[in-house]
Design a protein around this ligand. Structure first.
Ligand SMILES: *[C@@H]1O[C@H](CO)[C@@H](O)[C@H](O)[C@H]1NC(C)=O
Ligand SMILES: *[C@@H]1O[C@H](CO)[C@@H](O)[C@H](O)[C@H]1NC(C)=O
Ligand SMILES: *[C@@H]1O[C@H](CO)[C@@H](O)[C@H](O)[C@H]1NC(C)=O
Ligand SMILES: *[C@@H]1O[C@H](CO)[C@@H](O)[C@H](O)[C@H]1NC(C)=O
Ligand SMILES: *[C@@H]1O[C@H](CO)[C@@H](O)[C@H](O)[C@H]1NC(C)=O
Length: 345
């Protein structure tokens, strides 16, 4: 027989077991909800675990009943974020993302020459779809360019049907007698328009004036226009200072104004000089005088150091100044050494 105390005790235990223990609030499971959620549950009470919107579990929902032990069974439910379908590649563009899972946002940009047709970002929704839709990168194009007055298109290759892609170019030429102001080349910009158009303006030049001691030839037309040319020449013993040919410039003036400059008579009877890097006898090289602009170097003596140095002289419109240090020897003074024969300083 059992002792009465033991009977009493076991009867109490039996009562507790039948009455059961209460279950505690269930452990939280990431991205899931519990219905109903309470601090405690009586044995026999049911709870349902399900994933929150945007999350899914392979097994679907889990239903549990609070057992008499008061301990919830092990819950293997795993809620994972939905993944939105996308390869992560945007043609002619770039996608920036961390993952394609709910609730992430990805953003888009297009390569140069393309523009975003659609939204610049999209969010993976609870339903596992992108919102708004994934955009596309469409090529930037420019319509056929307008043609300035008095201009023709010299280069233009539309590659997008009748339109041009970003970076496409068109080149203009002006009609005869017209000068270009601005760049002759325009480019299709990222805004889908062309860079600034040039202007073609008619340009006239006055008749060129005849230089003193010379002449000028130009077309026998009533008006001289842009790009017309005139040629200049000088009378004998004069030489041209400037180009022989000048052109009517876009500013309505001539590209240069040449003039005729007088030659110089030979300034000494005899001397060894340097002309264009070479030693020459001035009386032979410049028998007919020196032309305007020609330059020679005369030899001079440094008496103290017994050496020679040179000084320049240039013919400027009929005048040449002989360096003061230069001494011309009489041909009779044959015992004197010429400066050009003395060692250089
Ligand atoms: C744009 O994408 C298309 C298709 O992938 C490709 O053929 C083309 O070369 C791309 N253009 C540029 C400028 O990247
Ligand atoms: C290009 O322009 C011509 C003349 O305006 C037109 O007939 C043709 O349909 C256009 N082509 C395209 C591809 O738009
Ligand atoms: C431009 O085109 C017009 C007619 O389309 C032609 O008469 C003219 O000679 C052309 N000008 C040039 C510079 O090609
Ligand atoms: C091209 O379009 C952009 C943007 O609309 C504008 O700022 C720019 O001035 C335009 N360029 C020309 C040459 O019209
Ligand atoms: C022609 O005119 C332009 C603009 O006024 C000036 O800059 C240029 O120096 C002139 N040219 C000559 C050769 O005078």
């Amino acid at each position: 027989m059992f002792p009465p105390v033991l009977i009493l005790l076991s009867g109490f235990l039996c009562h507790v077991a039948i009455a059961g223990r209460t279950c505690p609030k269930p452990d939280e499971l990431p991205f899931s909800t519990v219905v109903p959620l309470k601090q405690s549950y009586e044995p026999g009470e049911q709870i349902v675990f399900s994933c929150r919107p945007g999350y899914v579990s392979r097994g679907g929902i889990r239903r549990f009943t609070c057992p008499l032990t008061g301990m919830w069974p092990i819950n293997t439910l795993k809620c994972m974020p939905r993944v939105c379908p996308f390869a992560g590649i945007l043609e002619n563009g770039t996608v920036r993302y961390t993952t394609f899972e709910y609730p992430n946002t990805i953003s888009f940009s297009c390569h140069t020459g393309f523009y975003l047709k659609g939204a610049s970002s999209a969010r993976c929704t609870e339903e596992g779809k992108w919102s708004p839709d994934i955009p596309v990168c469409a090529p930037i194009t420019c319509p056929p360019p307008p043609i300035p007055k008095f201009a023709n298109l010299s280069v233009y290759k539309p590659l997008a049907g009748n339109n041009s892609f970003y970076g496409g170019k068109a080149v203009f030429t002006c009609s005869p007698h017209h000068a270009m102001f601005g760049s002759d080349t325009i480019t299709c910009t990222e805004h889908g328009n062309w860079t600034k158009l040039p202007e073609c303006r008619e340009v006239r030049c006055p008749f060129p004036s005849r230089p003193d001691n010379g002449f000028v030839n130009y077309p026998a037309n009533p008006v001289l226009f842009y790009k017309d040319t005139a040629t200049f020449g000088c009378h004998e013993t004069y030489s041209l200072d400037g180009p022989e040919e000048v052109e009517c410039s876009k500013f309505g003036n001539w590209s240069a104004q040449p003039s005729c400059k007088a030659s110089c008579k030979l300034p000494v009877k005899k001397a060894t000089v340097i002309y264009e890097g070479e030693r020459v006898a001035i009386q032979n090289r410049f028998k007919n005088g020196m032309l305007h602009g020609q330059k020679v170097s005369f030899f001079c003596k440094n008496k103290e150091k017994k050496c020679s140095y040179t000084e320049d002289a240039q013919c400027i419109d009929g005048t040449i100044e002989i360096p003061k240090c230069f001494k011309e020897h009489s041909s009779l003074a044959f015992w004197k050494t010429d400066a050009s024969d003395v060692k250089p300083c």
